[in-house]
Design a protein. Structure first.
Length: 223
């Protein structure tokens, strides 16, 4: 089973608390400032698209990076923030407790305006163009393929029901083997019941024999 997060929310839940809070703040700001963006998880990054890729957010072990597809906007603000890489068009945040969201929001809004102009001009970059600009290798960034565990045990339905009841799964026997098995013996407790019935009948038989013997003796005395 592929355990790679498929949504930004699931990705955030797996992060340590400090990184989760910092990244959630930036994600929320992008959704608020860039109305109409589509959010998704790709290559281990939170992707934001508006008529093509526009932003990507990456959470590192000790930093966070915001990639911007509109490179001219990043170049325009390169002196406003430390950690801006104009060549690769991204902003690196080393201190997650002090995020300059006011400046970053300005970059986000300017990027949206630049994107709308490029849509009109028909020069929107593709995803391959954005990854090339950000120097992200598409094959290396892609998550590992999922895998499935193939079991040789009985059908999963039988196992699932047994596990839910807290019992080991029962053995599945083919029809031919089931027919060849001997019939189950009657429980041993039935024997005492039969003895009680036989014991109850025994006194009745003895009483019947006694009455038959006494009848001829009385007839002889009358004669």
């Amino acid at each position: 089973m592929d355990m790679t997060p498929t949504t930004v929310g699931a990705y955030l839940r797996d992060l340590p608390p400090d990184r989760r809070v910092a990244m959630a703040r930036v994600c929320s700001m992008i959704r608020r400032s860039a109305r109409g963006v589509r959010e998704s998880m790709r290559y281990g990054l939170a992707f934001y698209e508006l008529d093509g890729p526009l932003f990507a957010l990456e959470s590192g072990r000790r930093h966070m990076s915001l990639y911007v597809a509109e490179q001219e906007v990043v170049v325009r603000h390169k002196d406003a923030l430390p950690g801006i890489n104009a060549q690769r068009s991204f902003i690196k945040f080393s201190d997650l407790t002090r995020l300059p969201l006011d400046v970053v929001e300005k970059i986000v809004r300017d990027s949206v305006a630049a994107r709308r102009s490029r849509v009109t001009a028909g020069t929107v970059p593709t995803q391959a163009d954005a990854l090339r600009l950000w120097a992200i290798n598409e094959e290396k960034a892609a998550p590992p393929p999922g895998y499935q565990v193939i079991s040789t045990k009985p059908p999963p339905e039988a196992e699932g029901e047994a596990e839910a009841a807290g019992k080991p799964p029962t053995e599945v026997v083919p029809a031919k083997k089931a027919a060849a098995r001997p019939a189950a013996k009657a429980p041993a407790k039935a024997a005492p019941a039969r003895k009680k019935v036989a014991a109850a009948k025994a006194p009745a038989k003895k009483a019947a024999k006694k009455t038959v013997k006494k009848a001829p003796a009385k007839a002889k005395k009358k004669r």
